[in-house]
Design a protein around this ligand. Structure first.
Ligand code: CP
Length: 332
């Protein structure tokens, strides 16, 4: 038994095998039902369309039953800190929650976003980590403060099925958004792109660098897998010659916990750090990717997201197939 918390815990061979399994599910070549007679717990601290729907459908298609819980909504508010004196608003400790839930289910999926308060603490994924610590059944990360590995796997699958297996020139570009957003998607995309050996360019304004320890991991993986990493603050030349454009906004770790300061810092980038037709024209006929949901005409123009090079709907579909592959490998 293993958890699926970040792609970094898996070898390139294991990740390739998951994508091959996902492609078999997608094309009807695999009809295995490893969840027959079993249930999977889905714990959503935050909203979702794609993750929740694709997990519930995927569990059904693998023969199982999804038990979806929303702490503070359809289940009790949860405390995760060891030794906490629970005299405030939290009703149940994860210690009991997890150990009870796993008496009913074969695996637990968890969505627990960053609170955007303290990067030093949140980068360690304390809530997801507590689930993994208390659980004796597999835990699947459905987006934590630090990682969104199911999204990254769907992204790698989409690149492979659209452009083939050879490494590609891939741009991860920061985009303007009126709010400071979590970093899980860009973190996991960059990590996975490096693990799959792509030539990765990361473009962001000064002050919006990814986590420095994570960047070290990204560079290490890129070197090990025949890829490369290039960093730039130039929003226009970043697009030159790339084959994949992956857009995402994220918050500044410098202003983490101070949303007003981040919003003030990003204001000059409004209307400039957007993926538009002029920037796409600089690419090598790149596909456009985004994890969704996306703010049209803020992150990306209608013309780009509605173009025939946009694969955002395929990416969302591939969440279903890749999560089936992951669950089939976790639950035997
Ligand atoms: N991309 C993604 O995780 O979408 P949801 O937030 O709708 O699940």
């Amino acid at each position: 038994m293993r958890n699926f918390l970040t792609t970094a815990d898996f070898s390139r061979e294991e990740l390739d095998a998951l994508i091959e399994s996902a492609l078999r599910f997608k094309h009807g070549a695999s009809t295995v039902r490893p969840l027959e007679g079993k249930s999977v717990g889905l714990v959503f601290f935050n909203p979702s369309l794609r993750t929740r729907a694709s997990m519930q459908v995927g569990i059904y298609e693998l023969g199982g039953n999804a038990v979806t819980l929303e702490p503070g909504g359809t289940s009790w508010t949860l405390e995760h800190r060891d030794g906490a004196v629970m005299d405030a608003d939290k009703t149940e400790h994860l210690s009991e929650f997890v150990r009870v839930l796993e008496r009913y289910v074969a695996a637990i999926g968890v969505r627990t976003f960053a609170h955007l308060k303290n990067w030093g603490e949140e980068r360690l994924d304390p809530v997801l980590g507590a689930f993994a610590r208390y659980a004796s059944k597999p835990v699947l990360n459905l987006e934590s403060a630090m990682h969104h590995p199911c999204q990254a796997m769907a992204d790698m699958m989409t690149i492979r099925e659209t452009l083939g297996e050879k490494k590609k020139k891939v741009l991860l570009t920061w985009a303007y958004h009126p709010k400071a957003l979590p970093m899980a998607v860009p973190n996991s995309f960059a990590l996975a792109a490096a693990q799959f050996g792509h030539d990765l360019r990361i473009a962001n304004p000064a002050g919006y660098d990814l986590d420095s320890e994570l960047k070290t991991d990204i560079e290490r993986f890129a070197t090990a897998h025949g890829g490369s990493v290039e960093l730039t603050n130039d929003v226009n030349s970043a697009f030159d010659g790339v084959e994949v454009v992956y857009a995402k906004s994220w918050g500044s770790s410098r202003h983490y916990g101070n949303t007003d300061a981040d919003i003030a810092e990003r204001e000059p980038y409004r209307g400039n750090w957007i993926v538009d037709e002029a920037k796409m024209a600089r690419t090598n006929d790149a596909i456009f990717m985004h994890c969704l949901p996306v703010r049209r005409n803020v992150i990306v123009t209608d013309g780009v997201i509605d173009s025939d090079r946009s694969v955002v709907i395929d990416e969302a579909e591939n969440r279903l197939h890749v999560q089936k592959a992951i669950m089939a490998s976790l639950v035997k």
